[in-house]
Design a protein around this ligand. Structure first.
Ligand SMILES: C[S@@+](CC[C@H](N)C(=O)[O-])C[C@H]1O[C@@H](n2cnc3c(N)ncnc32)[C@H](O)[C@@H]1O
Length: 404
């Protein structure tokens, strides 16, 4: 059992829901971007972290300190106990509610004390912090991976009215280069179909599958029936799953295939490109699905409707929603015939951001439930999980269903 700190991505609710779905227990938010949780799976924590879409960094708590002053000795002890030879590279981050000037000063004093302490142990060390600053995430991630640097976090928390400091060591950071590679460098992109960020695609898969202890996932199949350029398929492959995709547009089907080729090659994945590409086909989701179709989970960003150049009127939204609802209901009805009992279906539906309020697709959940599904609550605080970028008019609402 490991006590962990999860540094959350921009959308805290989605990140928390992902962690909960993946079996992290006793989840508790300290701040908007920082959550505590207990990890008790067998697989390596770093490997677990790498499949999360919504967590920027995972750290493991190694101690609770009553006074901040204890931190220097505790960190020197940690750094020196396993050190064999060579220069030690480390970094310290302080997360506290104190004003930043005081924080900066405390950090500088701590770094100087640690350096002095290490010298006493005849260890030469170099810290990654710039004066008075926490370590930059990109530098920390690179140093952790390439130079085996040790990055510590000290987090001020209050429990039963008493101030305490959690001391944690960083286990893994999100690999920004690898996300950039599959987001911006993939050969096929289509701005009109929308740009599903790979991290969100990864989260949708996690919300669908839940925690999977299996080392080998190649016998589990994720299906995306509105696959577009194949973002969900690519993330599914990276996470080791078998994938199937379909789309109404031939251009998209071809584009997805190109992206599959690209990701299998660039990320040295073990799945066979030709077999996967055969499983990407042209299909209208309102029509009967192929007899042979079999899958263990559906994760999809459905068609979100026609793009509006400027903020739509209420009438336009109503008209669009009517058409979309028809499409979604027809899809759920059709696919029901192909799904085993218990198959998870994670979908995104659109919502519109108005000046004064947001408008969702109303009344669709009970209609889907009538078709033999159960809606699963993904968020404790809100009725739905929402994702929208500041410049967007149309956002995505995430829903999970289980086939009954
Ligand atoms: C929002 S996009 C999905 C984008 C995708 N997640 C990606 O990574 O590019 C929705 C996709 O649904 C497809 N689509 C629209 N109507 C459809 C239908 N009736 N059946 C199947 N696909 C459909 C569109 O061609 C489009 O590629």
């Amino acid at each position: 059992m490991k006590h962990c700190l999860f540094f959350l991505g921009k959308n805290q609710e989605i990140s928390l829901s992902e962690l909960k779905n993946l079996g992290i227990k006793d989840l508790k938010s300290f701040t908007k971007n920082l959550a505590y949780g207990v990890y008790s799976h067998k697989i390596d924590l770093k490997k677990f972290h790498n499949q999360l879409g919504g967590v920027i960094k995972t750290s493991q708590i190694i101690d609770t300190l009553i006074n901040f002053e204890e931190a220097a000795d505790r960190i020197i002890n940690e750094l020196s106990k396993n050190h064999k030879k060579g220069k030690l590279i480390y970094g310290i981050n302080i997360h506290s509610r104190d004003d930043s000037k005081k924080n900066r000063k405390s950090l500088d004093i701590l770094l100087a004390d640690i350096k002095k302490g290490l010298r006493k142990h005849k260890i030469s060390g170099r810290y990654l912090n710039k004066r008075g600053q926490n370590v930059n995430n990109i530098i920390a991630a690179e140093s952790l991976n390439k130079k085996k640097a040790k990055i510590y976090d000290i987090i001020e928390v209050e429990e039963d009215g008493q101030k305490k400091f959690l001391l944690a060591i960083s286990i893994a950071y999100q690999n920004v280069d690898k996300y950039a590679l599959r987001d911006y460098n993939k050969p096929f992109r289509d701005a009109k179909a929308g740009m599903l960020p790979p991290k969100l695609a990864q989260t949708l898969i996690n919300l669908a599958t839940g925690f999977d202890e299996a080392e080998d996932r190649s016998n589990k199949t994720i299906y995306d029936p509105f696959c577009g350029s194949g973002t969900i398929l690519m993330e599914g492959l990276i996470d080791g799953y078998n994938v199937i995709g379909s789309d109404i547009s031939e251009n998209m089907v071809e584009g997805s295939k190109q992206n599959i080729d690209f990701i299998i090659e660039k990320m040295n994945l073990t799945q066979d490109t030709n077999t996967i590409k055969k499983n990407i086909f042209l299909h209208n989701a309102i029509e009967k699905f192929p007899e042979s179709l079999k899958c263990d989970a559906i994760a999809t960003e459905t068609y979100l409707g026609e793009a509006f150049g400027k903020a739509p009127t209420l009438d336009q939204i109503e008209e669009q929603n009517k058409k979309l609802k028809k499409l979604y209901i027809a899809f759920f009805k059709n696919i029901a015939e192909k799904l085993k009992k218990g198959t998870p279906v994670v979908v995104t539906f659109p919502f519109y951001k108005g000046k004064t309020r947001s408008i969702s697709l109303s009344g669709i959940i009970p209609e889907i439930e009538k078709l033999g599904y159960m809606n699963i609550e993904l968020s404790e605080e809100f009725a739905t999980l929402r994702y929208i970028r500041p410049d967007q008019i149309v956002g995505r609402e995430i829903y999970k269903f289980i086939k009954l």
